[in-house]
Design a protein around this ligand. Structure first.
Ligand SMILES: [Zn+2]
Length: 200
């Protein structure tokens, strides 16, 4: 699923805690927001593998949540919230489309890498690809929950993230075409440069 959906689902999961314990709203929401997007920082490494731990985050979140319930300091609450949101992110990637340049072409079944099992988990495609209309629906429901229940800066962040989700969905396929065209031109230019250097 697209990054805005991960961010909004993270916020939606943390929202009940923020409402029930308003004193901890900032750490729980900030942790959830960061945890919701953090795994996708591996887009510059091996995407959906380097920072994606579908089992690891879930296992780590259990003692972290237990500690947060007992101690309840803002730092521990933020870490627990981050781990829960990261675990949800990796689960969501399993139920979305495959990890490939144009996931709607379905040339790959890879969804997310499970480091415990040592293999890629198969994409279930409940949402066909990141930026699909059904992905936007998930983002809208999660964002709706946060918009209704939150106030202040996190409500603003939610509204902006929802706007980004709408724009991304509108241009998702064209963005792939554009990126593909740019990569093609870059390869052609480097090939010309290589041939030119070879003649000297
Ligand atoms: Zn991801």
């Amino acid at each position: 699923m697209m990054l805005p959906t991960h961010a909004l689902v993270g916020l939606a999961v943390a929202t009940p805690v923020a409402v029930v314990v308003p004193d901890l709203a900032t750490p729980v929401l900030a942790g959830a927001l960061l945890g919701g997007v953090f795994p996708d920082f591996d887009v510059v490494a091996t995407h959906r593998r380097t920072l994606h731990y579908p089992t690891g985050y879930m296992l780590a979140s259990i003692p972290a949540v237990a500690l947060a319930l007992v101690v309840g300091t803002p730092g521990i609450v933020a870490v627990a919230s981050l781990l829960v949101a990261a675990a949800v992110h990796c689960r969501m990637d399993r139920y979305g489309g495959s990890h490939e340049f144009r996931p709607w072409e379905r040339k790959s079944d890879r969804a997310v890498y499970d480091h415990v099992k040592g293999r890629w988990l198969r994409a279930k495609r409940w949402t066909r690809y990141d930026g699909a209309p059904e992905d936007l629906l998930v983002a809208s429901v999660a964002g709706g929950v946060a918009l209704l229940a939150l106030s202040g800066s996190f409500r603003t962040i939610t509204a902006i993230t929802l706007g980004v989700a709408v724009v991304y969905t509108a241009f998702r396929r064209r963005l792939s075409d554009l990126a593909g065209m740019m990569v093609g031109r870059f390869r052609a230019a480097t090939e010309l440069l290589r041939i030119g250097c070879g003649r000297r």
